[in-house]
Write a protein that binds this ligand. Sequence first.
Ligand code: ZN
Length: 240
Amino acid sequence: MNRAVRVLVWNEHRHEQKNPKVAGIYPEGIHGEIASALREGGLEVRTATLDEPDHGLTQDNLDWADVIMWWGHLAHGEVADEAVSRVVERVLGGTGFVALHSAHFSKPFKRLMGTSCDLKWREGDDHERIWVVAPAHPIAEGLGETIEVGPEEMYGEFFDVPPPDELVFVSWFTGGEVFRSGAAYTRGRGRIFYFRPGHETYPTYRHPDVRRVLVNAARWAAPTDGPKPVFGNAKPLEGR
Ligand code: ZN
């Protein structure tokens, strides 16, 4: 791609309005913090939130975006099914999708995975250390052997997702749990990455390595210029 990757950062934007602690950590909203990380990384960004018309998932924004990055938690059920269908259709057609933290339960991610996407969790100030288990993967570029995230919500296995095409990160928590925290998939022509950290009551999206992963994931998930698949009845290409 000869131009900057374009990322539509989608956030339900409810915790920031309900919980002063979250608003204090992310005064510009979680989407604002994520957007700043992506802009620092040289990407073009638009943001969209649940309460905008069409949840901000307008035709114009979807046409513009190479990648959709999604944060949601309290209000998955309020996302209209037709908006979800538009997003899923785009992803199958080649738009990248990056699901962050509690977006494991978001409608688009669940639909793309086809499983419950359920997991184990605990809000107990566990410390999280993320191990890079695919050091050659583009999403791990520029990282060390581990990311020491610090205090975070715990997510534990079993994480009910299909086996990832590529597993990039595994998290360890002080409670003893482990979790597949960086999972890469393709569905149709689209690339999908799930990235675990980012509970709203911790300043995780200000962590330099987490910000680097956001940039790397957006770059990786952006569509490539590969051939468009042709389906249906076909004439032979060779001799007859
Ligand atoms: Zn959380």
